[in-house]
Write a protein that binds this ligand. Structure first.
Ligand code: GAL
Length: 411
């Protein structure tokens, strides 16, 4: 009798187990988000590392140096980030872009730093950068070759490369999309997500598939930021159109994962001071990565003044982590706004046209209750305006220029 009851219980247990596994199998095969489910666990691990609570800040070699990089440039840049005070403001990632590796892997299939330009190797560079309190970023590609075709990509070598990066002490990986096997980024990028999470080092994962497959819609489960546009160049048109393309995805940005309209061009010489101020202001309000793209070893006073504006940086790094949006457009006039912590609102009055113009932001448009009285801080003049504002705020704005304020409710 005792034996019969025992086998009956075992049978019930086995049947329950069978039913449970059948339910799971059906659920995952019919679930349209199945693709993401298998990266859910690693993604949690990435988030558990606590990266990207605010947009990343630092420098990247591509916009200024393209493939003409070497270890001295990287070291001197790290030195300059510290000596100029930029690192104290948050610019901590020193990111090497394309062209740092030999075209051929070693006999074991490992990536090898290019002997002629990085003779000391990447580990030594990471140690150097870490000693200065900074972080080192590197670049690879979800294809067989990177975009320059001068070095291998990581497709098919994801786990090995992630392990290599972790062993070198890498803190950030930008992952490009050239020369791939034409499978979808949603198939290729999550492989590196898993590889990184298994490499046992918190590595910021920057997806660079140029916005092709709307990465804002799936990027948060895969990486810490995702490019929403193709490459920026150092001109007003290129810059402002990237801000527009990125803005469309505003609702998808959040702490842990950010829209990326590409790196900064401030200081590279192709735009006027006003235009660079617009560039920096829009990137800050859009919660974009603030990755400097100029030669920080040789910045003009004007460039320093722009990229060290603490009040604008504070908008970017605000703990609320909500991306600002265009809230009104009338010809060349645009109002961009977004909420900040402590009931404050950041506003940009943007003049895209060729003439000086008067621009008004109405409380209705920017999400301030209509009877509220606010104090306005002008973030580029570094002045709190004496006037208290109700219903609206108006200012004269230069051509290809902007005003940027933080509005704070007062009694
Ligand atoms: C592009 C990428 C650029 C830069 C370049 C390097 O695809 O968008 O930011 O990384 O490749 O070749």
């Amino acid at each position: 009798m005792e034996r019969r009851r025992f086998s009956y219980e075992v049978l019930v247990f086995l049947l329950t187990l069978l039913l449970f596994s059948l339910t799971c199998a059906t659920a995952s095969s019919s679930d349209p988000t199945q693709l993401h489910d298998h990266v859910e666990q690693p993604r949690r691990n990435l988030l558990a590392n606590g990266l990207a609570k605010t947009p990343p800040m630092g420098w990247n070699s591509w916009n200024h140096f393209s493939c003409q990089i070497n270890e001295n440039i990287i070291k001197e840049t790290a030195d300059a980030l510290v000596s100029t005070g930029l690192s104290k403001l948050g610019y901590r990632y020193v990111n090497i872009d394309d062209c740092w590796a030999e075209l051929n892997r070693d006999a074991s299939g490992n990536l090898v730093a290019k002997k002629s330009t990085f003779p000391s190797g990447i580990k030594a560079l990471a140690d150097y950068v870490h000693r200065k309190g900074l972080k080192l970023g590197i670049y690879s590609d979800a294809g067989y070759l990177t975009c320059s075709k001068q070095m291998p990509g990581s497709l098919g070598h994801e786990f090995q490369d992630a392990k290599t990066f972790a062993s070198w002490g890498i803190d950030y990986l930008k992952y490009d999309n050239c020369n791939n096997d034409e499978s979808k980024p949603t198939d290729r990028y999550p492989v590196m997500t898993r590889a990184l999470s298994m490499a046992r080092r918190p590595i910021f994962f920057s997806l660079c598939e140029w916005g092709d497959l709307h990465p804002a819609l799936w990027g948060a489960k895969v990486g810490n930021s995702w490019r929403t546009t193709n490459d920026i160049n150092d001109s007003w048109e290129s810059m402002i159109s990237r801000a527009d393309m990125n803005e469309v995805y505003a609702d998808y940005a959040r702490p842990g994962g950010w829209n990326d309209p590409d790196m900064l061009e401030v200081g590279n010489g192709g735009m006027t001071k006003n235009e660079y101020i617009v560039h920096f202001s829009l990137w800050a309000l859009s919660k974009a990565p603030l990755l400097l793209g100029c030669d920080v070893r040789n910045m003009t006073k004007e460039t320093v003044e722009i990229v060290t504006n603490k009040e604008v940086i504070a908008v970017n790094q605000d703990s609320l982590g909500v991306q600002g949006k265009k809230v009104r457009m009338e010809g060349d006039i645009e109002i961009w706004a977004g909420p900040l912590s402590m009931y404050r609102v950041a506003v940009i009055l943007l003049n895209r046209g060729p003439w000086n113009i008067s621009i008004t932001a109405n409380w209705d448009d920017i999400g301030i209750p209509s009877k509220s009285v606010v104090q306005a801080r002008d973030l580029w003049e570094h002045k709190t305006l004496v006037e208290r504002f109700q219903e609206k705020l108006t200012a004269q704005v230069d051509p290809h220029g902007c005003k940027m304020y933080v509005l704070k409710p007062v009694a």
